[in-house]
Design a protein around this ligand. Structure first.
Ligand code: TPP
Ligand code: SF4
Length: 326
């Protein structure tokens, strides 16, 4: 069974969204697309989503008391603990099923969090939940910064991007450190499904969502989801920009399943990473620095090396899972 376009259109036509109207996310924000696509994929496959969200734009903008945009059971969380909460709910559910106190086996637990809530403060809760082998899907909408609190840098902010805590100026070329490779960190837990996705490829995301939902154990999808406000891009350009991220090797599309790596999109030719960087206003100040070309060259070498490494991992792990069960 695959996510069915007719079912999805049906939910849209009857206004039967899991994540519905009334939220206060900025116009053009890519986070609501992620929430909608993830929950529509789950519903079209016959699952009943139970959702938790960590503090971040998606959470604070969709649950302003006494209103909510969530049309499914929803658990409010702090910045650090959505994985702990959702794994507790999943364990309770599994216990009820095992003891035959309930017979609905279609419930699926989905956690949403931003990059701050995932790469940084929520990482230990997420790592624990994955290591314990809970059956849940964790969706990271990666907007590469602490946006809800006004564009502070996170472990995901790329070098050279302008943020309030590491502004680009004469003294500093913005953040100096590289972005953490979060999907590799999750893959390091081994007994897991993990993938990258992007807002310009909804069907790729839906397919990975299906794989995540059907995986019996912890699953994780990191989707590049622009913050139009602090990436300084036009409101209608989020998916256009993420398309470029894939075409320049900035954000390769791949998945990991119990030890096996697979690159899910292999463009025949690539554009230089400069094309992506110069589309984003958050790099405008960097481009004005005298060392801009040097920094761009470093970035190009980095994305080239990461891409080659990914292809090598795919080749070496082909048909060689390192685990067979959770
Ligand atoms: C322990 C803790 N530290 C700091 C905060 C303040 N805080 C709330 S949301 C947030 C940033 C959220 O960033 P991210 O998870 O990337 O989500 P986004 O707002 O970008 O969607 C911060 C720092 C908090 N709520 N709890
Ligand atoms: S600040 Fe950015 S991430 Fe937050 S709602 Fe606005 S566009 Fe979305």
């Amino acid at each position: 069974m695959v996510p069915n376009i007719r079912d999805i259109v049906g939910y849209v036509e009857t206004n039967d969204w899991a994540f519905t109207q009334g939220h206060r996310l900025c116009p053009g924000c890519n986070a609501p697309m992620v929430a909608n696509w993830a929950t529509l994929a789950a519903k079209s496959l016959g699952y009943e989503p139970v959702v938790g969200a960590a503090t971040g734009c998606l959470e604070v903008s969709s649950t302003i008391y006494p209103f909510t945009s969530w049309n499914v059971p929803y658990i409010h969380n702090a910045f650090e603990n959505v994985a702990a909460t959702i794994s507790g709910a999943e364990a309770a559910y599994r216990s009820l099923l095992n003891r035959k106190k309930i017979d609905n086996d279609k419930i699926k637990f989905i956690a949403f969090a931003g990059d701050g809530g995932t790469y940084d403060i929520g990482l230990q809760a997420l790592s624990g939940a994955i290591e314990r082998g809970h059956d849940f899907v964790y969706i990271l909408y990666d907007n590469e910064g602490y946006m809800n609190t006004g564009n502070q840098r996170s472990g995901s902010t790329p070098p050279g991007a302008d943020s309030t805590t590491e502004p680009v100026g004469k003294a500093l070329s913005g953040k100096l450190q590289l972005k953490k490779s979060i999907v590799d960190i999750i893959a390091g837990h081994e007994g897991v499904y993990a993938a990258t996705a992007v807002t310009s490829e909804p069907w790729d995301f839906m397919r990975k969502m299906q794989a995540a939902l059907e995986f019996e154990g912890p699953a994780f999808i990191s989707i590049l989801a622009p913050c139009v406000r602090f990436w300084r891009i036009p409101d209608d350009s989020g998916p256009e920009v993420t398309k470029l991220a894939v075409e320049t090797k900035y954000w390769p599309l791949w998945e990991y399943n119990m030890g096996v790596y697979k690159v899910t999109k292999k463009p025949k030719t690539f554009k230089p990473v400069k094309e992506y960087i110069t589309k984003l206003g958050r790099y405008n100040k960097l481009m004005k620095r005298p060392d801009a070309n040097e920094i761009l060259e470093e970035m190009q070498n980095y994305v080239d090396a990461k891409w080659d490494r990914l292809l090598a991992l795919e080749e070496i792990s082909k048909d060689k899972p390192i685990r067979r069960k959770i």
